[in-house]
Write a protein that binds this ligand. Structure first.
Ligand SMILES: [Zn+2]
Length: 130
């Protein structure tokens, strides 16, 4: 989602504290990014939050006051959550095994196509000549 070097910088900018509860990373555990909007402008900005608030964000439990701290409205939050859900479905829609069987189907189709093409009967013709 976010370049980790960039997020490291942002974490430092926020003094390694959760954007919501202001608890330091040392206390809460590694801060995680949640999608918000930059303090200036409209750009997407990954705010560092504690694991607790990250879980709450992902579950759709952020309140209006909490959303204000990461620069988005309730409406924007809904859109972001919908996107997150869609991304998850995209990623996990096909298991590795399913992808493998799809690849197999492709191969079978290619073989069937090849079999439809005329193959000269070299071997049997050769026998006749003898
Ligand atoms: Zn927090």
């Amino acid at each position: 989602m976010t370049d980790s070097a960039e997020f490291d910088l942002i974490r430092r900018k926020h003094h390694y504290r959760c954007s919501i509860c202001r608890q330091p990373e040392k206390v809460t555990g590694t801060l995680l990014p949640v999608k918000g909007k930059a303090p200036e402008g409209d750009a997407v900005y990954p705010y560092p939050v504690c694991p607790d608030h990250h879980a709450r964000y992902m579950q759709g439990f952020f309140t209006g006051i909490e959303l204000k701290k990461i620069g988005i409205s309730v409406e924007e939050y809904r859109i972001i959550l919908a996107e997150i859900t869609a991304d998850r479905e995209d990623g996990d829609g096909l298991s590795a095994a399913e992808k493998g069987s799809l690849a197999k189907e492709e191969t079978i189709k290619k073989i069937q196509k090849a079999q439809k093409m005329k193959i000269p009967k070299v071997h049997s013709d050769y026998k006749k000549d003898i």
